[in-house]
Design a protein around this ligand. Sequence first.
Ligand SMILES: *[C@@H]1O[C@H](CO)[C@@H](O)[C@H](O)[C@H]1NC(C)=O
Ligand SMILES: *[C@@H]1O[C@H](CO)[C@@H](O)[C@H](O)[C@H]1NC(C)=O
Ligand SMILES: *[C@@H]1O[C@H](CO)[C@@H](O)[C@H](O)[C@H]1NC(C)=O
Ligand SMILES: *[C@@H]1O[C@H](CO)[C@@H](O)[C@H](O)[C@H]1NC(C)=O
Ligand SMILES: *[C@@H]1O[C@H](CO)[C@@H](O)[C@H](O)[C@H]1NC(C)=O
Ligand SMILES: *[C@@H]1O[C@H](CO)[C@@H](O)[C@H](O)[C@H]1NC(C)=O
Length: 445
Amino acid sequence: MRNLRSFPYSTISIVLIHVNILVSFKFSFTEGFDSVIQLPHSGSAGTRPRSKRVFYIDDFGAKGNGLHDDTEAFKNVWKTACSLSRRTKVVIPSGKSFLFHPIDIAGPCQSKVTLMILGTIVAPKNPDVWKGLNRRKWLYFHGVNHLTIEGGGTINGMGQEWWARSCKTNSSNPCRNAPTAITFHRCKNLKVSNLKVVNSQKMHMAFTSCMRVVASHLKVLAPATSPNTDGIHVSVTKGIEVKDCIIRTGDDCISIVSNSSRIRIRNISCGPGHGISIGSLGKSNSWSQVRDVMVDGAYLDNTDNGVRIKTWQGGGGFAANITFKNVFMENVSNPIIIDQYYCDSRHPCKNQTSAVKVEDVSFINIKGTSATEEAVKFACSDASPCEGLYLEDIFLLTNNGGRTRSFCWEAHGSSWGLQHPPACFCGCKSFIRQNVGLDSAIQSF
Ligand SMILES: *[C@@H]1O[C@H](CO)[C@@H](O)[C@H](O)[C@H]1NC(C)=O
Ligand SMILES: *[C@@H]1O[C@H](CO)[C@@H](O)[C@H](O)[C@H]1NC(C)=O
Ligand SMILES: *[C@@H]1O[C@H](CO)[C@@H](O)[C@H](O)[C@H]1NC(C)=O
Ligand SMILES: *[C@@H]1O[C@H](CO)[C@@H](O)[C@H](O)[C@H]1NC(C)=O
Ligand SMILES: *[C@@H]1O[C@H](CO)[C@@H](O)[C@H](O)[C@H]1NC(C)=O
Ligand SMILES: *[C@@H]1O[C@H](CO)[C@@H](O)[C@H](O)[C@H]1NC(C)=O
């Protein structure tokens, strides 16, 4: 709270911010928390359900000394567990470090499998190990249904050498792919909880083409300077809940792209990093839609962006029905941002006439401090303006308690309640409520 102390605003307003944030946080937490999945309990040997078989990786030839290649041992224990027709558990024991080379962990399995990671799984340090292999993958789970991963252990991508070789670190390096530490592809009914994921080569954890996922109590850590180390990446996924996570990395804490929907994000502590992002969408003239996203309860500390939607010019599709609420920020550089001119290439992007349509996006109860004066930025497309933006109870000041401002370009919507910085559009919630067309709301402004 160090930054709030120097506010020239009355202490009452400071207290109010706190109370408000605490109250809203408590709300979202209690609401979301009961739904934590009831994970199967191992218990002591005596109470273990008789129907469950437990396999230890050590019994399959793993050494767990951090040097011996334990990939084959894991392949074998997985194959055994996956082929049994009753519930099984695979244990990576504590106090040991298991070196895994890039590995495909495939389903479907004959029944539900729990992977209990108590110890540490480490990646090879040297990127040359990937020669002749797919450079995008390290731990690649695919086609597994009813998989649970838990245990409190650590997955370490040993990314340092990958970062040094990245073109983002040194522009004279060639731009090449680097692995996502853990990928889940085409997995259904997946639960990933209580793990530490550190220093991934590129992204830490990605869910692609998955359905019905709960990711919770994850701690994702990498240096602020590590390139493209997104915390949790969601792509082509329908139905995912990400909650109670701490994410401090060099890129987006959570990024959501490509035809994903029904996304619930709660109680996320993020920063350093690039914040919570939808997009980028529409790269290379692609068509994409992200819908039905609720971010409820986040704390962002010293991030480059707070809550963001970014699209490339020239794309198609939608970013629609998205709500960011109960977010507290400290020293965030772009607290609220929609950028339809996103360009992350070495060369400037040319202006194009199509865009991913951004509509029905709400920002509710977003408070704290901004590292820049421009706390709200809506840079929408000339070709396809943003519509149905909604701001309610926004209170963002600069670090030293100064005023902030909004920037709007082709942004249409309405606002309600507290507005610091002043919103670009009118306080006319009722227009939206009554379903009067946006055009009339804008005209009355
Ligand atoms: C970038 O890479 C080039 C070529 O490998 C090297 O000469 C240079 O010292 C590197 N620069 C930095 C800042 O590491
Ligand atoms: C929010 O997430 C953090 C980090 O996982 C956890 O320690 C805390 O208990 C969670 N809060 C609530 C109210 O669930
Ligand atoms: C999204 O889905 C559409 C229609 O099914 C498809 O044409 C498009 O390629 C997909 N986009 C991405 C980025 O996956
Ligand atoms: C919009 O998103 C909310 C949750 O944020 C969801 O409950 C609702 O069903 C969505 N509406 C549509 C039309 O998709
Ligand atoms: C606030 O963020 C800016 C930009 O990231 C950084 O330079 C500055 O040191 C931060 N200030 C504090 C008090 O953390
Ligand atoms: C794109 O349009 C903007 C705003 O109209 C203009 O400032 C910029 O120079 C244009 N860029 C290119 C590459 O044409």
